[in-house]
Design a binder for this molecule. Sequence first.
Ligand SMILES: [Mn+2]
Length: 360
Amino acid sequence: MKLGLGLYRHQLNRRSFKFARQCGATHVVAHLVDYFNRGEHSPADSQPTGGTGGWGVAGDPERLWTVGDLRALRNEVNEAGLELEAIENIDPAHWSDVLLDGPRKAEQLEGLKTLIRRIGEAGIPILGYNFSIAGVAGRTTGPLARGGAVSVGMDGIDESPIPQGMVWNMIVNRTAMDAVLPDIDAEELWRRLGDFLNTLLPVAEEAGVRLAAHPDDPPVPRLRGQPRLVNQPHLFQRLLDVNASPSNVLEFCIGTIAEMTEGDVYEAVDRYSSQHRIGYVHLRNVSGKAPRYRETFLDDGDVDIPRVLRILRQNEFDGVVIPDHTPELACDAPWYAGMAYAMGYIRACLDEAEPGPPRP
Ligand SMILES: [Mn+2]
């Protein structure tokens, strides 16, 4: 197993790469979507949260990330002594109608094919995505973790309807904010996911790219009036069974699985890692279950994190593990300090799960 660090778009710079390397990372997962673009409620020094108005405004629908952008990023990561393992998340501007089954769906699917080919050309092995209409929404922020550390939690289900101009918790069309999205059922959303996977997986395989699915965070059956897909552990299997391609893999988020009301987190880790269908792992601890839980420090929630890593090791998972969100530490650099704490903790667990040669 390899230790990585996920960095937001505004953190994709030499200093953060050095920080990752100094924390013991060998790999980076990069977010290219600018979640914080003109967002009113999202502080850019933490994970995006936002209110019912979403995180911010989506990118330019006419401009896909280019091979040049992707190569330059990879080179800069490599120069810091790191590998670029994955691009995490697709800009809503580039797949809004794939999620919503809108008029530009066919055109956007062609765009995504181009994007996947470019990611392959740049030598980046994984594209992480989250097939969700509401996205990561409906959570609250506060002094919820140990010692009053600022963290994120959920306190009941947000049922406020989503404006038509919004998808994946970002604004894609500022002129369509009065009407709301139509009601659909979960089967319709599974059908749309099928179109997405069956159209793109052959291209991904050819490009040497794996598409890694994040479960619904928070994992509830419906959020803001829209259905959600992977909100119980057994539904990962349904997603994998949509298409048997080796490029159809999971962005396996331990915190989200722990929030699910059914099943057992260790059984889920064993079940999916033994199928060798995990692209990379998000490691996070939580206390409670959806729709009432809070994110905690890795050593402080309901999940025995060392046990999770031992199961991954037993099943020979050799991919990248990154900290997911983490509570912030009270200091001048709360996000970085929280991450440094998480990285040190994971590094120590990995050394225990996979002992290397004795140190002099
Ligand atoms: Mn996650």
